[in-house]
Every structure is written in structure tokens, then in C-alpha cells.
Design a protein around this ligand. Structure first.
Ligand code: NAD
Ligand SMILES: O=CCS(=O)(=O)O
Length: 455
């Protein structure tokens, strides 16, 4: 029997069975990538930019194939998968543009005594070989967020996708090669955790660019030794609704940023804090809008919510909802399951220490938390070990500034949800949400070092 079976999360059909790559194959791939550094050195920035531009166009050309592959292997709705490819196009395009703009700076040594009459020229240089490890939920765009900037910076790349995403990863890498990336510059492997850990430790891997959960991040950090690490991890992101909010816009953001991708998104609006003055009206509007969403087959164009990635994930989210309800939470909508599909569920009165809200819950469930007091709100939000993004609906700019200054997050979106992301903005969290910043320009610098010439 093969090591891994890719099972369609919606209908349970076997998509492919395969064996993991071995340690020996990891060694071979890294040797190839070390040799490939010469190819990168001989490829000027404008050519790297042209290759990335071609990749961007190929992503659009093959949009439907890529979107269908994502939907089959992850159960993400086809409309969501298409949006992911549009985003990946932007990411590749931004990588192409930034590849021509990796500029350093000149420093004057006379700024401090003694007078030395020297000039420092500081340029960005590639680190060498970067190991890019990606999760299941945005298998193409997150991969392009790693491969694009790593390639733009002049590195060679070992790409290790989630085991469920082997096929979409192969399709992406085929497009990278077709765009002009040399095989010695980009290698795709799907090893098991043991062989991945071997790659993490390998002395010829200079950096690890990882997106995924805290447990894997802890294991990687413990294994890696002295290596540069960029970690994009989990979140328990709040969306705040103030009394002066445009409630329809807040409802819309909640639906799009919590129920899309069946809630399996790092920046999903996982905790809803609604001011008591508008709590009942907001809850009523949210329930009415949620009732209109189509739940079911992710391959159908108008489905909004499909299955979770696998049965264990659906079991875990359901158990958390059940436990919250058993501890006194009220079900305003949903709380129904069919196979791996969980209906969008809206709860109120969830105890603050329930696992559903205290931990990152990767599923389509909205816990509505009533609040009155701003300082209580801030301390509740900051009590999470995570600190990825946050959103607030309000007309009050002074409040928005206070939240910006006091919330422990990487981004606060005003009159939008925590799921806001533009591919060229810095992206990443604080605390257990990660280390370093994605967002094309920032990721390029994370995967480079500064080298100084004194003349
Ligand atoms: N902040 C972000 O940008 C972001 C984006 C998407 C997902 N996520 C997070 O990812 C998690 C869900 O994705 P997942 O279930 O695929 O995550 P995961 O951590 O289980 O797996 C992510 C990747 O790491 C690999 N991996 C697992 N254990 C490893 C180890 N010990 N050493 C090396 N590699 C290892 C997996 O095979 C996979 O490729 C959630 O916590 C979510 O919040 C974060
Ligand atoms: O899981 C989150 C990835 S993204 O959509 O915020 O980029």
C-alpha cells in the first residue's frame, strides 16, 4: 500500500496514492539546488523578473485547471479556488516587479567620528537555498508567496507542499519550469515528516520559509539550528462591531471572512466581538444572510461552503461546538453535519475559556461575544497567544487609532475584517502567529542578506 492517499474531502473518492520521497531523494534534490546556485548567479534581475512575469501569465492561462485541482484535493469551493488563482497571479506579478527593485543603500562613514572618508554600499544578496513548506488551505497562492520572492531574490528553492496538495503543487512547478525556471533552481518534493526534518536540518539549507500550525513550527525551530526562519502560523483573529458600524458591511465581511474556505483560513474572523447596543440587530442580520448560503458540493459554481479538509478536522470542530453548547452557548444557526460538511454555525454566549474560542478553530463557526467596555475588549483580544490580524467596523477614527496602538496584531483593518490581505502588503503576526513578514517586497528581504562594500 502507498504511503499516502489523496482523498477528495467531499465525495471520499481516491484521487491518487503515492509514496513519500526518501531521505536519499532529499539529499539528491539539495545537491541539485546547490549546483543550481551558479545558474541563479548568472541570471540577472531583469531575467528573473521576466520569468516571474511569464509565470503570472501562465497562472491565468491555466486558472481553471489549477482551480479544479485545488477544489478536488481540498474541498474548497470552485469560486474560492478561482479567487485564489487570481491572487496568485497578483503575487507572481508583484514578485516580477519587485525583482527589478531590490535596491540597497549608500552610507557615508563621516556621520560619526573619526573621519574616514569612506562610502558603504549595501546590497541585498540571496541566502542560497530556501526550504519552502506550505499548508493545505491555500496551496497555490501561499506557494507562490514563497517561490516568487525566493526566486526574485536569487535563491534556489526546495518546495515541500502539504501531502494532500501534491497534484496542484506539480501543476504549479510545471508552470514555473515552463516560465523559464531551471530544474536545478526549483525542486518539488513530498517527503514524510522525518525526511522533511532531515531537510530542515541540512547544512545546505540556509532558510526555512514555513506556513502552517504551531506544532510543526515548534518542531522546525527545534531542528533547524542557526538558520533564517520566516514563520506564518495560526491566528484567532477578532472582528469588532461598534455601535456606529455599517452593520450590513460587517455582516458581509463576517460571511466572506469566516464561512469562505469553510473557515479554514489563518486570518478568518474567528471571534466576533459585537457591542451590546447593536448585538441583537447584528445577530439577526447575520443569521438571515447565512441562511441564504448554499452548502454542499464544492465543484458547483454557486456553492459557498464545502467540506472540511478531512474527517478528523470535521470531528474536531464539531466536538468544540458540542462542548461549547454543553457549557451554555446558544445556537442561533446551523450546528448540523453531513459527512465532512459542517453547516455554517452561529453561536452566542460561548464561555471565554471554551476551546472553541480560546484555541484556533479551523471551521465555519462564528461565536458572537457581546461587549460594552473598550478596555475589557482589548484585554480579551490580547489574552490570545496568537496575534495575526484584526478588523473593526466603526466610524470613529480615534477608536481605530487606539485599537491600532493597543492590539497585539500584525494588521488592523478598519471597516474590513481581519481577512484583509493585499499580496504586496506586509503580512504576518506577532506572538505565536509567527516571525518575520511575507508580502512580496518584505519576503524578498527575509530571504536575502545585506552585504556591504566599503570604498
Ligand atoms: N499565517 C499564515 O499565513 C497561515 C496561512 C495558512 C495557514 N496557516 C496555518 O496553518 C495551519 C493549517 O494548515 P496545516 O494543517 O496544513 O498545517 P500543518 O502545520 O499541519 O502543516 C503545514 C506543513 O508543514 C508540514 N509539517 C508538519 N509537521 C512538520 C514538521 N514537524 N516538520 C516539518 N514540516 C512539517 C506539513 O506536511 C505541511 O506541509 C493552521 O494553523 C493555519 O492557521 C497559517
Ligand atoms: O490562510 C491564510 C492565507 S491568506 O488568505 O490570508 O493569504
Amino acid at each position: 500500500m502507498a504511503d499516502y492517499q489523496i482523498i477528495n474531502p467531499y465525495n471520499g473518492e481516491l484521487i491518487e496514492a503515492y509514496d513519500f520521497h526518501t531521505r536519499e531523494q532529499v539529499t539528491q534534490a539539495i545537491d541539485t539546488l546547490v549546483a543550481g546556485r551558479k545558474i541563479q548567479q548568472a541570471t540577472p534581475a531583469f531575467q528573473r523578473s521576466n520569468i516571474l512575469l511569464k509565470l503570472a501569465h501562465l497562472l491565468l492561462e491555466r486558472k481553471e485547471d489549477l482551480a479544479r485541482a485545488i477544489t478536488e484535493e481540498t474541498g474548497k469551493t470552485i469560486s474560492d479556488s478561482r479567487v485564489e488563482i487570481d491572487r496568485a497571479y497578483n503575487t507572481a506579478l508583484a514578485s516580477a516587479m519587485e525583482a527589478r527593485n531590490i535596491n540597497g543603500e549608500a552610507l557615508d562613514s563621516d556621520a560619526f567620528p573619526p573621519m574616514r572618508e569612506k562610502i558603504g554600499v549595501v546590497l541585498w544578496k540571496p541566502l542560497g537555498t530556501v526550504l519552502c513548506i506550505t499548508p493545505f488551505n491555500f496551496p497555490i497562492n501561499i506557494a507562490v508567496h514563497k517561490i516568487g520572492p525566493a526566486f526574485a531574490a536569487g535563491n534556489t528553492i526546495l518546495f515541500k507542499p502539504g501531502p494532500q496538495n501534491k497534484r496542484s503543487a506539480e501543476l504549479l512547478v510545471e508552470l514555473c519550469y515552463a516560465a523559464g525556471m531551471h530544474r536545478s533552481v526549483l525542486q518539488l518534493l513530498t517527503p514524510d515528516i522525518e525526511a522533511t526534518s532531515y531537510a530542515v536540518k541540512h547544512p545546505q539549507i540556509q532558510a526555512i520559509n514555513f506556513t502552517g500550525g504551531t506544532a510543526a513550527a515548534n518542531a522546525i525551530a527545534a531542528n533547524a539550528g542557526y538558520k533564517k526562519m520566516l514563520f506564518e502560523l495560526g491566528g484567532n483573529d477578532p472582528l469588532i462591531v461598534m455601535p456606529d458600524a455599517d452593520l450590513d458591511a460587517a455582516v458581509n465581511a463576517t460571511i466572506n471572512q469566516r464561512f469562505a474556505t469553510a473557515g479554514q483560513r489563518c486570518t478568518a474572523a474567528k471571534r466576533l466581538f459585537v457591542h451590546s447596543e447593536v448585538f441583537d440587530t447584528f445577530a439577526e442580520k447575520l443569521v438571515a444572510a447565512t441562511a441564504k448560503l448554499k452548502v454542499g458540493n464544492p465543484a458547483e459554481d454557486d456553492t459557498f461552503i464545502g467540506p472540511l479538509i478531512h474527517t478528523a478536522a470535521a470531528d474536531e470542530v464539531q466536538a468544540r461546538i458540542d462542548a461549547a453548547v454543553n457549557s451554555g452557548a446558544n445556537v442561533l444557526f446551523g450546528h448540523k453535519r453531513e459527512g465532512n460538511i459542517l453547516w455554517p454555525t452561529i453561536l452566542s454566549n460561548v464561555p471565554d475559556d471554551a476551546e472553541l474560542v480560546a484555541e484556533e478553530t479551523f471551521g465555519p463557526v462564528v461565536p458572537l461575544r457581546k461587549f460594552d467596555d473598550e478596555s475589557e475588549l482589548i484585554s480579551l483580544i490580547n489574552s490570545s497567544p496568537f496575534g495575526l490580524q484584526a478588523g473593526v467596523f466603526t466610524q470613529n477614527l480615534a477608536l481605530a487609532k487606539r485599537l491600532y496602538n493597543q492590539l497585539d496584531v500584525g494588521l488592523l483593518a478598519v471597516n474590513d475584517g481581519p481577512g484583509f490581505r493585499a499580496e504586496h502588503f506586509p503580512f504576518g503576526g506577532v506572538k505565536e502567529s509567527g516571525v518575520g513578514r511575507e508580502g512580496v517586497r518584505y519576503a524578498i528581504r527575509e530571504m536575502s542578506y545585506q552585504k556591504t562594500l566599503v570604498i
